[in-house]
Design a protein around this ligand. Sequence first.
Ligand code: GCU
Length: 328
Amino acid sequence: MAQLPEAWRRATVPDLPPLQPTGTDVLDTFARTIYGRTPTGGHLTDLELLSEEPGVLRHRARISCPLGDLEFDTLLHRPSAAGPSPVIVALSFTGIDETVDSWPYEKVMDAGYAVLAVDYQQIEPDDPSALGVRALFPNGEPWGAVGAWAWGLSRCLDIAAGIQGLTTDGAIVLGHSRLGKAALWAGAQDERFAVTVSNDSGCCGASLFRHPGGEDIAAITTKFPHWFVPSFASYAGSEDELPVDQHQLLASIAPRRVYVASAEDDDWADPIGEYLAVLAATPAFEDGGIGYHVRPGGHALLEEDWLQAVEFSRRTSRGWPSPGRRSG
Ligand code: GCU
């Protein structure tokens, strides 16, 4: 880990619930309390190739759900390596075309990884009065939009499994901010993800509820009630009463890998709270199985965030096929 800022070095982990509580299923508690239970079902039935240029493929996927089909578009950047490439699945905020300018595809492919991108609002609109995939499942236990986006990330991996030149071994799920919350929930639930990367995911992502600073439960449930189960709002102002905290979510992913990235000036995401969650989760991982960086600057998914996460994945993914460098 590079030298941490002074405030990071001085910070101390607050009193927290036990890292791996005995006798309770911690993911079940996260589902019940925060994100909602992801229903089973939703199968890829059709993957139509829309266009293909060298290394860049666009598809339309159709997922059959109990009450109807969900369709969304995917953008795949695939390196021309000799063997199959491991894949990074990531949801984008502003549509898949915009990622062409803002995500460092060439450098990530040079490191041997393919990237499959989907516009998050094609899975579930980010709107308290609209439903996407959540309308395609019978009314069971509630699940929030973060859970729906996490569900979508797993479907992205289903899609990757069917595309030539890709392997889902060593797969990475990566997300920024609200989509970093979704990436963590996806990585916790879907063991096919070898590495889970959270970038500036903040409250209900990598940062600790019990570390004061930045967004809290009152703020997040007031502004984004649709992200979580309705009963989560009852913990507003009572962070200490929550049966879980986010170091447990990170730890639930072990022995698979976790990488948390923070930005020094991103106060709303409480980057020190993210760091302390990593520290508190570390005993659950084998040496080096959880990584962290904090870089100067504010709330954004930058090239250096991508490249450090990719480098961590390459370094720690022993046992999974090692990504080949790009040929030609
Ligand atoms: C808001 C929200 C955060 C979220 C962020 C984002 O700031 O309060 O919880 O992470 O949006 O997704 O950019």
